[in-house]
Design a protein around this ligand. Sequence first.
Ligand code: PLP
Ligand code: 3DJ
Length: 423
Amino acid sequence: MEKTTVEYAQHLDEKDVLAHFREEFYLLEDKIYMDGNSLGLLSKRAEKVLLELLHSWKSLGIDGWTDGAHPWFYLSEFVGKKMAPLVGGQSNEVIATGSTTTNLHQLVATFYKPSGKRTKILADELNFPSDIYALQSQLKLKGYNPEEHLVRVKSRDGRFLKEADIVDAMTEEVALIVLPAVLYRSGQVLDLSYLTQEAKKRGIPIGFDLCHSIGTIEHRLHKQEVDFAFWCTYKYLNGGPGSVGGLFVHEKHFGTMPGLTGWFGSDKAVQFDMSHTMTPAQDASAFQIGTPHVLSLAPVVGALALFEEATIQRIRKKSLRLTEYFLMLIDVELKGYGFTIGNPMDETRGGHILLEHQEAARICKALKAEGVIPDFRAPNGVRLAPVALYNTFEDIWQTVQILKRILDEKRYERFENKRGVVA
Ligand SMILES: Cc1ncc(COP(=O)(O)O)c(C=O)c1O
Ligand SMILES: Nc1c(O)cccc1C(=O)C[C@H](N)C(=O)O
């Protein structure tokens, strides 16, 4: 069968062992959703648990903390256990709490211990702005000038990072390393094993932002001896806008006093003793600060049940096949239209692809007008994420046809080449 036909796409969908998960989601009517790497779709199970937790509040009041289907007092630990297989952590090394940025603040406050010549934080110039802002402010809190003490490894081409360049920057002046596991623009997957080993040789703690990797690639954080990691749950995990994030702290650091303390980091057995001397939990729970955002955690419970069934191994396998198929069609159908592929072509690509084009902002607007939801990333990127749990091969086939039509008929010219408020 000719690989560029819709029949071939349908044939791939028929053979897809994860195809039935699509029915678990509320798909947007008459739309092809390709933005699950920014905000995943609502699943029926996520909705169900949210309603159950609203009901526990309605029917139990304060007793919801300890009673009901999902007692709130233990919910963060429960969700942590469910997320642990997705990051390759032990159950007590993972906790659901905070947001990506607040968790980063917590972890830097804990693991950044400048002393003597070792005062710098090593990051990279392609990292997400919020991470950079957090690192800059943590340096300022310790009295250091971020201009001098935040080292950002340069990209050679504006898209990718070379692990060798990162290792070269691990000097005797570096006190902490924070990097993404998957880059938010190009989708490059960094070699966490190698980077962690090299950091370890030099005695530098290292942590990773998993926002663009959790739920789409496999992780082995415990085995790799990564010191810490943090992530959100609203992208590939489909927890909903602003859903509670997560963090991992390797068990070798259990007992380290968190940099930012609050009573929800306490050993649960004594939390309500109301002592002014904190007794921190002896695992990742200690890194919580205040009362969990229960209603923003609820959908994550339901959403994670799907990952337990699908397994991250099968999800990664399908995700790679989806992006491979996407790239094959782009190569055949969109040659000569001015696109440059901005993601890695080999298996160091994450869950999304990046098409660079000088008209990218208005191509995104035209795609939306034609029913395809991508996102635009400045200055010239169209990000498209075919998500293993709910996208089909046919979605990809349709998207490429629509892109071709938009370019052939110059439909993008109806729009201004400027990003929207939330691009
Ligand atoms: C890599 C990365 N880091 C940090 C953030 C910020 O996350 P939050 O706003 O949930 O703190 C995002 C997404 O917004 C992200 O993609
Ligand atoms: N966190 C977001 C938000 O609050 C509004 C709109 C988008 C986002 C995102 O997550 C963007 C995403 N981190 C990115 O990779 O660009």
